[in-house]
Design a protein around this ligand. Structure first.
Ligand code: GLP
Length: 243
C-alpha cells in the first residue's frame, strides 16, 4: 500500500483529485468507481475546478458508484444519486447515461444485486475505485461481518453506521436500515484503488486497516492484498501509523 500524507483535508482533496485527473487524462474513457460521504466532497470540488479550468474532459468517462440506500428515490436529498448529481455530475460534462448507481427503489434485492454486478462487468470493470472509510472499517456499505462478501449485496446497516450517518437526516428514524453495496470482491477487482481518509476520528481504524490482521471484522483490511492501492490521508488520520 502506498501512503501519501497530507497536511490537512484540503491537501488530501487536491492530491486525490490529481490522481483521478491523471487517470482521466491517461485514459479518457476510464471507468471510475465513485464514493459518497463527507470525505470525497473536497475531491469532487477540485475535479470540478479542474474541469472548469479546461484541464479535464468527462465526456467519455463512465462511472459506477459503490452504494445506495435501499428505499430512497433519486430525488430524495439523502440518496446517493442526489449526492452524486449535486456534488459532481451536474457541474462537469459527464453524460448522465454513463453514470451508474444501485437502484435504491428496486425492492427485489436479488434482482438489483445481479443487475448491478452485470452493469459493472459490462463496463469492462473499474479502472480506478475511489473509497472512503467508515468508522468501523467499512468500505462502500460492507459492514464488519464473519465473511468477506464477493459481489453486490443488500446489507443491514449496523447501529454505529446509522448513528454516524444520522447527521444527514432530520431524525435517526429516517436513516434507511438497508443499503445496496458493491461487494468486497467487486471492489477488489478494480485495477487501482484510491482510499481517502481524514480526521483524528479515523486514526485508530486506519491503523487497523494498514497494519492489522486481514479480517472481515475490519472490511477495509482486505485492501492489503490489492496490488495497487494508494491511501491519501491527512496527518490527523495517520497519527497512529509510523511512517
Ligand atoms: C458511508 C458510505 C461510505 C463512506 C463512509 C464514510 O456510510 N457508505 O462509502 O466511505 O460511510 O463516510 P464519511 O466520509 O462521511 O466519513
Amino acid at each position: 500500500m502506498k501512503i501519501i500524507k497530507t497536511e490537512n483535508y484540503d491537501m488530501m482533496s487536491r492530491k486525490a483529485a490529481n490522481i483521478i485527473a491523471a487517470q482521466i487524462i491517461n485514459k479518457s474513457n476510464s471507468v471510475l468507481g465513485l464514493a459518497t460521504g463527507s470525505t470525497p466532497i473536497g475531491t469532487y470540488k477540485r475535479l470540478i475546478e479542474m474541469y472548469k479550468e479546461g484541464d479535464l474532459d468527462f465526456i467519455d468517462i463512465k462511472t459506477a458508484n459503490l452504494d445506495e440506500y435501499k428505499g430512497l428515490t433519486k430525488d430524495n436529498d439523502q440518496s446517493y444519486y442526489y449526492f452524486m448529481f449535486n456534488n459532481l455530475f451536474k457541474d462537469v460534462n459527464i453524460d448522465i447515461e454513463n453514470t451508474n448507481i444501485p437502484d435504491g427503489t428496486e425492492p427485489d434485492s436479488k434482482k438489483e444485486c445481479e443487475r448491478y454486478e452485470k452493469v459493472i462487468s459490462d463496463l469492462g470493470g473499474i479502472d480506478l475505485q475511489l473509497l472512503g472509510l467508515g468508522h468501523n472499517g467499512h468500505i462502500g456499505f460492507n459492514e464488519p461481518q464473519d465473511d468477506f462478501v464477493k459481489t453486490t449485496q443488500c446489507v443491514n446497516l449496523q447501529e454505529s453506521t446509522i448513528e454516524a450517518n444520522k447527521r444527514f437526516f432530520n431524525d435517526v428514524t429516517e436513516v434507511p436500515k438497508q443499503a445496496y453495496t458493491m461487494g468486497i470482491g467487486t471492489i477488489m477487482k478494480a485495477k487501482k484503488i484510491l482510499l481517502i481518509v481524514n480526521g483524528e476520528g479515523k486514526a485508530d481504524i486506519l491503523e487497523k486497516v494498514v497494519n492489522g490482521p486481514i479480517t472481515p471484522k475490519v472490511p477495509a483490511s482486505i485492501l492489503q492484498l490489492h496490488p495497487d492501492v494508494t491511501i491519501v490521508a491527512d496527518e490527523a488520520a495517520l497519527s497512529k501509523i509510523k511512517m
